[in-house]
Write a protein that binds this ligand. Structure first.
Ligand code: ADP
Ligand code: ZN
Ligand code: MG
Length: 645
């Protein structure tokens, strides 16, 4: 498979207060279990406590006992007889007791009464239709249930008064602690690479420091500031840094906590939070992951709905309407996606100021690396600018992780400082996944070598393709082999030729297999997924199909229930065009590889021998010179251009 950055953004583990914590403590379940068992015991055992068990015996053996003179008394209710024996009697299973019961068959023709009298058995009789007293019936039938319900009520009251803390009192933290203000020690100096965002937030800091100064001139601050950006770009960090800079208390909640919470908890927490923050003003309230509850209510994707989200969201809106920013409270919120937010949140007087947090560019990445290596001893060969160049697409959290991985690697090797090699290893590990030990047959290895060589070679010879940094047939992560191509630097705009080069490269694996073996394998699944996605977007998003036209038919927020904005005819046309583009790319890949068959063989053989090749080795083996690649551009460009339809 061909693999290109960006790598997945990683998120640091966050400690969140947990609304369902009481339900998750073992104590909760133990208590419930005890209650349940007690319940059964009460209904079964308690009422017969202190009495011997009753054994059931056959009518024959009952008669025998009577004849043997062992029966003291009997009580009959209709045809059923219970009695007390002088010596314990045994039932069929061997249990013995002085209390027994039996059933007299209705066809019994014996003179039981005479027999009983003859053996001096006391005879009691009960009216079979007499009902047991009402209180007894009620106690036996509803008692256990009532007990269970009472017990449950008791538990939930304890839970409510203990907040998210332990359900049995004294355990865990109390609800009040959740909203204790934090006083973050981070400042803007800990945030790098997003200077324009810092400048925007500086105003918020100034306001919180001296609210009076801003009010004097009659201006009002926005109540809410929404930070929008991909995961790991530093939104949470920024919010904390604002509080740290302004030296004000920081009250934070993550909206995702409410998604599964017990109904009503979210709203009451929000109320608490705002009350506490207003009492502590000037202060910051931070709502993280706002999209978790703030999703547009009209989006229709919410099958089944979620009352809790809705209530929490409404409470946030109510609270935001209910205070004045002059009080000195500013609500910051963070989201990965602003496009799915409920419009009500974005109305004036709510989150009317929006700040986009971009992924850092190359100098930004270097600055972030500098921050995270402040306490890491670096070897002389480490050049953070160079590492920044090798990590396009990585965001702050990734870079932090990268430094950490490199430092761990260095420690494992027993080094005293982190070297460039440690960083290179860490980048590879992050981009390619960790190596996996699986045994492959020689035939499989060869096939994988050709597959990866196909990717790598096309990456070299197709103009506009990203340079090939590494190719390996050591299984890593989910892949059996990997070709790593990494862009020269961040790209913000992709040309059609670049997209086609990506597709041709991605199909290189399959094309090589077809060319060499004449058969195809499942190994190209990921490659095909990439190709399909790019081709589809070219047609429906970027207007790159002359037949479909310069139109954007993409679904706005990936909502599958939305009506397609085009008819069946266009749908068919789109399918056709996606297919045409992919097939053209595969044809190009096959053509190019058969023209460069010698280099393909050389690359595959070298891979089989060495497992992995880096950029220099690949150029060596294939005899392709980087300058030659550049020079070849104009002629080869013909190949990857779409034949005009
Ligand atoms: P987000 O909230 O956007 O998902 P976080 O603020 O949680 O991202 O970022 C996670 C970590 O990554 C931060 O704690 C910080 O260490 C690091 N980080 C992210 N962005 C930056 C940045 N711009 N400068 C310095 N460190 C950053
Ligand atoms: Zn592949
Ligand atoms: Mg965050």
């Amino acid at each position: 498979m061909a693999q290109n950055p960006p790598p997945p953004a990683s998120k640091p583990p966050q400690k969140k207060p947990d609304a369902l914590a009481p339900m998750r403590t073992p104590r909760f379940w133990i208590t419930l279990a005890i209650l349940f068992v007690a319940n059964i015991l009460i209904s079964n055992v308690l009422f017969s406590a202190g009495q011997p068990p009753t054994v059931t015996i056959s009518y024959n053996s009952f008669l025998d006992q009577v004849n043997a003179g062992n029966v003291a008394s009997i009580t009959s209710t209709g045809e059923s007889i219970t009695g007390v024996a002088k010596q314990p009697v045994k039932d069929s299973s061997g249990t013995s007791s002085t209390k027994f019961q039996t059933q007299r068959p209705s066809f019994a023709n014996d003179d039981l009464q005479a027999m009983l009298q003859q053996h001096n058995v006391v005879i009691n009789a009960k009216d079979p239709n007499a009902s047991t007293p009402l209180w007894e019936t009620l106690l036996f039938s509803f008692g256990p249930t009532i007990l269970l319900v009472l017990g449950f009520l008791y538990l939930s009251r304890r839970a409510a008064s203990a907040g998210a803390g332990g359900i049995l009192g004294s355990f865990g933290q109390s609800r009040a602690r959740l909203y204790d203000a934090e006083r973050p020690s981070v400042s803007f100096a800990d945030v790098a690479g997003i200077d324009e965002v810092k400048a925007d937030l500086q105003e918020v800091v100034d306001f919180l420091r001296e609210p009076q100064k801003y009010q004097r001139l009659g201006g009002t601050m926005p109540k809410g500031v929404l930070l929008i950006g991909a995961p790991g770009t530093g939104k949470t960090l920024l919010a904390r840094a604002v509080a740290g800079e302004a030296k004000v208390p920081f009250f934070s909640i993550a909206a995702s906590e409410f998604v599964e919470a017990i109904v009503g908890v979210g709203a009451s927490r929000v109320r608490d939070l705002f009350t506490k923050a207003r009492a502590a003003a000037p202060a910051i309230i931070f709502i993280d992951e706002l999209d978790a509850i703030g999703r547009s209510r009209s989006a229709g994707v919410r099958l089944g709905g979620n009352d809790e989200q809705e209530q929490t969201l409404n409470q946030i809106l109510t609270e935001m309407d209910g205070f004045d920013s002059r009080e000195g409270v500013i609500v910051l919120a963070a989201t990965n996606r602003a496009d799915v937010l409920d419009p009500a949140l974005l109305r004036p007087g709510r989150f009317d100021r929006r700040i986009t947090v971009q992924a850092p560019d190359r100098p930004g990445r270097a600055a972030i690396l500098r921050i995270h290596t402040r306490n890491v001893p670096l070897a002389a060969d480490v050049d953070l600018d160079q590492i920044a160049q090798q990590t396009p697409g990585m965001v702050g959290a990734d870079l932090k992780n990268l430094v950490n991985e490199a430092a761990l690697g260095a420690a494992r090797k027993g080094e005293t400082a982190v070297t460039l090699a440690d960083f290179t290893d860490a980048i590879e590990r992050i981009l390619l996944g960790t190596q996996r030990k699986i045994i492959l047959t020689p035939a499989d290895r060869e096939r994988i070598a050709y597959h990866e060589s196909g990717h790598a070679l096309l990456g070299l010879i197709v103009p506009g393709a990203d340079p090939v940094k590494k190719v390996t047939i050591v299984p890593r992560g989910q892949a059996l082999g990997v070709t790593l191509q990494s862009p020269v630097d961040d790209r913000f705009n992709y040309g059609e030729d670049y997209l086609r080069a990506r597709m041709v490269g991605a199909l290189g694996g399959r094309a090589a297999e077809k060319l060499v073996y004449g058969v195809v394998t499942t190994g190209a699944e990921n490659d095909l997924m990439q190709v399909t996605r790019i081709a589809q977007q070219m047609v429906v998003r970027w207007g790159m199909s002359p037949k479909v036209g310069p139109l954007n038919y993409a679904e706005p927020d990936g909502n599958p229930f939305q009506q397609r904005p085009y008819g069946d005819g266009t749908a068919n046309l789109i399918d056709e065009e996606v297919r045409r583009i992919s097939e053209e790319c595969l044809a190009d890949a096959e053509k190019l590889l058969s023209e460069h068959r010698k280099q393909l063989d050389a690359l595959a053989q070298s891979l089989l021998k060495n497992d992995s090749l880096d950029e220099g080795q690949i150029l060596d083996v294939t005899g392709i010179k980087p300058s030659a690649v550049a020079a070849a551009k104009p002629t080869d460009a013909q190949l990857v251009k779409a034949p005009s339809t």
